[in-house]
Design a protein around this ligand. Sequence first.
Ligand SMILES: Nc1ncnc2c1ncn2[C@@H]1O[C@H](COP(=O)(O)OP(=O)(O)OP(=O)(O)O)[C@@H](O)[C@H]1O
Length: 247
Amino acid sequence: MSQKEFALYIEDLTVSFDGFKAIDSLNLYIDKDELRVIIGPNGAGKTTLLDLICGKTRASAGSIRFKDEELTKKPEHEIVRSGVGRKFQTPSIYENLSVFQNLEVSFPKGRSVFGALSFERTEEVLERVRKVAEEIGLADKLETEAGLLSHGQKQWLEIGMLLMQEPELLMLDEPIAGMSARERELTADLLKRICRNRSMIVIEHDMDFVKQIASKVTVMHQGKILAEGPMDVVQADPKVIDVYLGH
Ligand SMILES: Nc1ncnc2c1ncn2[C@@H]1O[C@H](COP(=O)(O)OP(=O)(O)OP(=O)(O)O)[C@@H](O)[C@H]1O
């Protein structure tokens, strides 16, 4: 198979911490415009996998190819610039700024040396802020101070801040943790909306939520892939029930 068919192409990826392989010869292929959910027990290596893709952790061996570029040797900021966005579990928004300002400062302006100096509130920025605010359901909250938003709205704002950079691969680690039932529903709709023109990897433990959003699920266990496929197939897999779903 040609590498060009995939947005993300991971082969033989391994990382050892003091001899312990947190990721062990892992192969993973994500299609363009695919929303892939990764599940698995605590310590399976899910977060470490995202850390490797975004350059926060360095691989001991193996390859991560994204748009025909090798990511394993690149520094984090170059990986961001090549189109990879990552959201961590806790929101990191500017609580004292408005929703509008949070989105505005996330516009990628530092592409040239003079970018930061010559930055203006151009029509392009305004247009992007409006579009993203609409996508994350906060169009009527643009002037609200971010610190006053609900927990769920803060999470959406942070997703919006990543969307300002128009990532081609967006990775979210447990996006609905701590959300109300209604916020979970809205987040499912949001993720389905924003994955239309980009690939996404979502780590999640909540199986009802996974069923709502996933077309294909990858189950990790002990740094390897235990099973992969549609949710109903994965759910009925005795190996998966044994290590994860049965507990
Ligand atoms: N920097 C590190 N140094 C040493 N060990 C690490 C490091 N990062 C992760 N590990 C270990 O690697 C294993 C995988 O951890 P990881 O956080 O990726 O699992 P996870 O599947 O995301 O779990 P959870 O569902 O609890 O978030 C764990 O045993 C963890 O202790």
